[in-house]
Design a protein around this ligand. Sequence first.
Ligand SMILES: [Zn+2]
Length: 283
Amino acid sequence: MERIILLCLVSTCLSAIHAQKFLFSPKWGPVGYKEREENEGTAMDEIIKANGFQASRIIDGTTTLRDGDIAVSSGRRSKVCFARSCLWSKSVDGHVYVAYRLSTDYSEMETKMIKKGMESVEKGTCVRFVPRTHERDYVDIQPKSGCWSYLGARGGRQTVSLQSPGCLRVGVISHEFMHALGFVHEQSRFDRDKYVTIMWPNIWRDRLRNFEKFKTDNLDLPYDYGSIMHFGMFAYSQDGSPTIIPKNNQNSKDIKLGQASSLSHIDKMKINKLYKCGGKDDY
Ligand SMILES: [Zn+2]
């Protein structure tokens, strides 16, 4: 009798192990991103994690998320911004001042981190973030649910959501500010198929639209695999297989997609070109 009980226990244990494997195997475990073994994930990997795999893409009744983290209102204004960037105005001194209001819900440490994200955008570009005094147009930084931003300057107050924790990494913060400045994801460029292959069958079916192309103005700049705005190789993967791979060429194995914590050199050039800041390095 004891033997039978023992056998039963062993078999229960085995099936529990089996069930665990089933639950946590790459095929069935949480999907949508894959941690890199050696390096940090990309900024977008963090964003996908924070915004949740099953989370609703609807922020409120009239605002939805597009491409994973770009807020779009059902009003006409944001559609125009998608077709061509809506720019922040440039000051006579050559800088682009982006006024901001920071939620008082952030701790001192969190505030420091957000300011680091701002500095990462400011360094080598003509953009300057300034605390709002009277400006009509400004970004309202709030710890709402998820990491997201509207695209470009919408006029008036516009929210940038940096949830705490989850979005308070320098890379994530600068990624969202890049959206606010008017940039879409790098692999949304109209000419991206020359540089990367989208592995459509590997993408979580629900998120296929996140890989759309747009009629972007590429500002005569080369395709930037290492942009802070590039999806990582496993973005929205349904089974752990790559969803974007660099096109075959001699160096394709060395190419890393995306960036963890800082703007790439080309990202900075993009800002300076879009805002006609001359591309000087001495801002
Ligand atoms: Zn994004």
